[in-house]
Design a protein around this ligand. Structure first.
Ligand code: PMP
Length: 430
C-alpha cells in the first residue's frame, strides 16, 4: 500500500523542504508518508496507486460542493481560454465583489488577494492604519496564516509541529502581538486594560478550526464586539474557514455578530488561490489607492480564480438548501461516530459547528487550547491510520477540523462510520 506515494515522498524530500509545500500536509504528527493524490471527484479521492478514499479534508475547506464541481471546471476553462491574467480590471471582479457583499454581513467594500495569509496580514495593516495603534490581540491556538504577527502561539501546522511561535519573527513584531485565551473574555479584558488605547485590533477565528474545531461559547463573540466598541478597537473575524461554510453569511450570520473587518479564503476561490478582506466603507477607505494603507498584488483578482469562486458562491447563494443538507449530513456523521466511540468505551469529545467537526480523544469538554491539548495523540495516530487503510482520508492531525461536502452521500457516511468502528477497535487492541 502507498508504494508510489512512498517513492514520491522520498524524491520530494530531496527537492522540497520536508517534501511538502505546506507543513500541514506532511504526516508529521501521525507518522508515515503522506498520500500523493492523482485526482478527485465529489468526495472521492484517488491516490497515485489507484486507491480511493472518502475525503474529509476537502482541500482544507474549499470543496464544499465536492471536487471537480462541474460549474467551477467549466468557468475556469472558459476563463483560461481568454487569458490566464491581465493585471488590469475585469468585469468578473466587479460581479464577485457585488456577490460577496450580498452574502456577507457588514461588507461594503472588499479587496481580493491570493491567500488567507495575505487577507489576514492586510486586515491587520488596515486596522493599524485606521486606528493609528500598533498592538493586536489574537487567541492561543488560532491560526491566521503565516504572517509574522500571527506566528505567536499559533495553531494548525505550527501547533501540530510543536512550534507555535516561529524563529525568524523579530522581537519587535512579537511584542505587538498579545495572546488571550479562546472563549475567555476575562483574558481579553485584562489585556485591554493593561494596554488601554494601544490595541488596534482583536482578530479571532469565530469558530476555531486550527486547534481542532472549537465552537465559540454563548456570548463570547458578542462580548468581543462590546469590548472592541468600548475602546474603538477593530474587531476582525477571520472567516477563512467559516466564511460561506457555517452559513451563507459565515459565522457573522450564524452567531449574529458583525465584525469590522472580515477575512475570507478557501471557499471564496473554490480551490484556486484566493483570499479577500472586506469591511465598512469607513474602514476600507484607508486602503490604497483610495487611502494611504498600501496593499497590492499582480495576480489579485485573477480571472481564473474569480471565475471559479464566482461559480461556487453563486450556487451557494442561489440554493441555500445546501446548508441544510450539510447540517443534516454532518449531524448524521456526528451521531454515528459518537455511537461507535461509546460502543467501544473510548472517551471522545466530538465538536461540531455546521459542516466542521473534530474528534478529540479526551474526557474533557474541549473549549480552548489547553483542553484541546488533553486529546490522546497516540490514539488519534492509530485511529487515523486505521481510517486511511479502510479508505477514509482524515486531516492528518488531531488539531485540524474535518470538512464535510454536499457531495458526501449517505452511503459514504455509513461507510465512514463502519470504518471508524474497525479503526477504533484495532487502535485500542494494538
Ligand atoms: N486563517 C484561517 C482561519 C485558516 O484556517 C487559514 C489556513 N488554514 C489561514 C488563515 C491562512 O490561509 P492560507 O493558507 O490560504 O494562507
Amino acid at each position: 500500500m502507498l508504494e508510489t506515494s512512498k517513492t514520491l515522498f522520498e524524491r520530494a524530500q530531496q527537492s522540497i523542504p520536508g517534501g511538502v509545500n505546506s507543513p500541514a500536509r506532511a504526516f508529521n504528527s501521525v507518522g508515515g508518508a503522506p498520500v500523493f493524490l492523482e485526482q478527485a471527484r465529489g468526495s472521492v479521492l484517488t491516490d497515485v496507486d489507484g486507491k480511493e478514499y472518502i475525503d474529509y479534508v476537502g482541500s482544507w475547506g474549499p470543496m464544499i460542493l465536492g471536487h471537480a464541481y462541474g460549474p467551477v471546471i467549466e468557468a475556469v476553462q472558459e476563463a483560461a481560454a481568454k487569458s490566464t491574467s491581465f493585471g488590469a480590471p475585469t468585469e468578473i471582479e466587479v460581479k464577485m465583489a457585488e456577490l460577496v457583499k450580498q452574502m456577507a454581513p457588514g461588507v461594503d467594500k472588499i479587496r481580493m488577494v491570493n491567500s488567507g495569509t495575505e487577507a489576514c496580514m492586510s486586515a491587520i495593516r488596515v486596522a493599524r492604519g485606521y486606528t493609528g495603534r500598533d498592538k493586536v490581540i489574537k487567541f492561543e491556538g488560532n491560526y491566521h496564516g503565516h504572517g509574522d504577527s500571527f506566528l505567536i502561539n499559533a495553531g494548525s501546522g505550527a501547533l501540530t509541529l510543536g512550534t507555535p511561535s516561529s524563529p525568524g519573527v523579530t522581537e519587535g513584531t512579537a511584542k505587538d502581538t498579545l495572546t488571550a485565551d479562546f472563549n475567555d473574555l476575562n483574558s481579553v479584558k485584562k489585556l485591554l486594560n493593561e494596554y488601554k488605547g494601544e490595541v488596534a485590533a482583536i482578530i479571532v477565528e469565530p469558530v476555531a478550526g486550527n486547534m481542532g474545531c472549537i465552537p465559540p461559547q454563548k456570548g463570547f463573540l458578542a462580548g468581543l464586539r462590546e469590548l472592541c466598541d468600548a475602546q474603538d478597537t477593530v474587531l476582525v473575524f477571520d472567516e477563512v474557514m467559516t466564511g460561506f461554510r457555517v452559513a451563507q453569511g459565515g459565522a457573522q450570520q450564524r452567531f449574529g455578530v458583525t465584525a469590522d473587518i472580515v477575512t475570507y479564503g478557501k471557499i471564496i476561490g473554490a480551490g484556486l488561490p484566493v483570499g479577500a478582506f472586506g469591511g465598512s466603507r469607513e474602514i476600507m477607505q484607508v486602503v490604497s489607492p483610495d487611502g494611504p494603507v498600501y496593499q497590492a498584488g499582480t495576480l489579485s483578482g485573477n480571472p481564473l480564480a474569480m471565475a471559479a469562486g464566482y461559480a461556487l458562491l453563486s450556487e451557494l447563494y442561489e440554493n441555500p438548501v445546501h446548508y441544510d443538507e450539510l447540517e443534516e449530513k454532518t449531524t448524521y456523521l456526528f451521531r454515528g461516530m459518537k455511537e461507535v466511540f461509546e460502543h467501544h468505551e473510548v472517551s471522545a469529545t466530538i465538536n461540531r459547528v455546521g459542516s466542521m467537526m473534530s474528534v478529540f480523544f479526551t474526557r474533557e469538554e474541549v473549549r480552548d487550547f489547553q483542553t484541546a491539548q488533553t486529546t490522546n495523540r497516540e490514539l488519534f495516530r492509530d485511529f487515523f491510520h486505521g481510517m486511511l487503510t479502510n479508505g477514509v482520508y482524515l486531516p492528518p492531525s488531531p488539531f485540524e477540523s474535518w470538512f464535510l461536502a454536499n457531495s458526501h452521500t449517505e452511503a459514504m457516511l455509513d461507510e465512514t462510520i463502519t470504518a471508524a468502528d474497525t479503526a477504533i477497535a484495532d487502535a485500542i487492541n494494538s
